[in-house]
Design a binder for this molecule. Structure first.
Ligand SMILES: [Zn+2]
Length: 419
């Protein structure tokens, strides 16, 4: 069932107060050597710039051929396009997919402490979005909950109560892994809410429900073409709750995350939730005959840029043009923050800037950011972060606030950041 709504062309509207950046093709020769160059403390010396002619010319040519556009500072006007809104909810995930003919929300999470209220941030953003898109009638065609951790579903009831939601999919799991995690209880509350509101369709997805090229049936792919766009976006679910060999696989909710691929014309994106190494390994084994399912332009970096959720063969299969990390800022020090988890981690960033398998696009301007060198820490003495300069097209909500990626049906991309 596809709604047909007449809307103004998406490409002519811009979210206010966002800084525009490009996924830049024109400066890789110098910037390649500077990516992730250390620049503080004993790292005061930046890596020396690589001579421009030290790189083979095909690197430049292939980057340009990948369809990445130059930034004009006039805003991207691509004709038929969709937008990925990686909403700044602090440490957590909430990504709004804005199509000309509908909207989907992946996760409703975020950070909650004395310094930050992610529910307020998320609802404020969605209210402003629906004000800008009155044609959508405050309707989310689908809400996807990747897994029942509170940083992914804190605000789900608020979202269900406040907007018209047509359908919800989740992994169905409500058993708690530890008494400290309120996520499964929140998922159980969501199931109760859904049972009391049969007008909202609901589907729990297990890996066993998913065929050899992913799942697009049922509630998963609700948006079609409409008057405003002839492009029919395609949402494909690649992973869900695992029900077999759990003795070896484990019960960590991260590894039961829903994994979603999004296609809009020639532009594509992959969301792996918080899937960790064992989950990624099984995921790639399941689709070993269809590696093309992972070939995408946009990668939402797994598990907030954790060191255990981005791996080499995944990068090889994806060859993304740009990556976005959803995590909190370095300067908020509370429990359950990016600072305490050491996100994003250097290991993930090393994968993202790898010269052969890393992100192929370039930022308009490099950014200096704090990068975790170790994993999570509970004790200040163990904190290890370093300042690094990132030149590749890697963006993060903890660095730049909300990140909006415009993806044209032609495959062209542009990026706007809140700051
Ligand atoms: Zn998470």
């Amino acid at each position: 069932m596809h709604d047909r709504r007449a809307v103004a062309s998406l490409s002519h509207e811009r979210a206010p107060a966002l800084v525009s950046w490009v996924v830049h093709p024109c400066r890789p020769l110098l910037a390649l050597a500077l990516s992730l160059a250390a620049c503080g403390g004993s790292r005061e010396q930046s890596a020396p710039p690589l001579e421009a002619d030290a790189l083979p010319p095909h690197l430049y040519a292939s980057t340009r051929a990948a369809g990445i556009v130059s930034h004009t500072r006039q805003g991207a006007d691509f004709g038929d396009a969709m937008r990925y809104h990686f909403i700044d909810v602090g440490q957590g995930d909430a990504t709004l997919l804005e199509f000309p003919c509908g909207a989907v929300l992946i996760d409703t999470g975020g950070e909650q402490n004395a310094s930050f209220d992610s529910t307020k941030a998320l609802l404020g953003y969605l209210d402003a979005f629906f004000d800008r898109r009155p044609d959508l009638g405050r309707t989310l065609d689908l809400v996807v909950i990747t897994h029942p951790h509170i940083d992914h579903m804190r605000s789900v009831i608020d979202v269900l109560e406040r907007y018209k939601v047509r359908a919800v999919i989740d992994d169905g799991k409500t058993e708690a892994e530890s008494e400290h995690d309120p996520g499964p209880e929140q998922q159980a509350r969501m199931h109760e809410w859904l049972a009391a509101h049969p007008e909202v369709a609901h589907q729990d997805v297990k890996v066993g429900d998913i065929g050899p090229v992913g799942l697009t049936e049922g509630l998963i792919d609700p948006i079609g073409a409409c008057e405003a766009s002839r492009v029919d976006p395609r949402l494909t679910l690649l992973w869900g709750a695992v029900t077999e060999e759990l003795d070896s696989y484990g019960h960590d909710p991260n590894n039961h995350s829903l994994v979603l691929r999004v296609d809009y014309g020639k532009a594509s994106a992959l969301f792996t939730g918080d899937l960790e190494i064992i989950g990624l390994s099984r995921l790639f084994t399941k689709y070993k005959d269809h590696p093309e399912l992972f070939d995408v332009d946009i990668y939402q970096v797994g598990h907030h840029g954790s060191k255990n959720a981005t791996i080499h063969y995944q990068m090889e299969a994806m060859s993304p043009k740009l990556a976005v990390i959803s995590m909190g800022p370095y300067d908020r020090v509370h429990d359950w923050t990016a600072r305490k988890y050491g996100h994003p981690n250097l290991i993930a960033l090393e994968h993202l800037v790898h010269p052969k398998t890393g992100v192929t696009g370039w930022r308009e301007e490099p950014i200096e950011a704090w990068v975790g060198i170790k994993g999570a820490w509970k004790d200040e003495r163990k904190e290890v972060f370093e300042r690094r300069t990132i030149s590749k097209a890697i963006y993060a909500t903890g660095w730049e606030g909300t990140v909006v990626v415009t993806a044209a049906a032609s495959g062209e991309l542009a990026v706007d950041t809140e700051r």
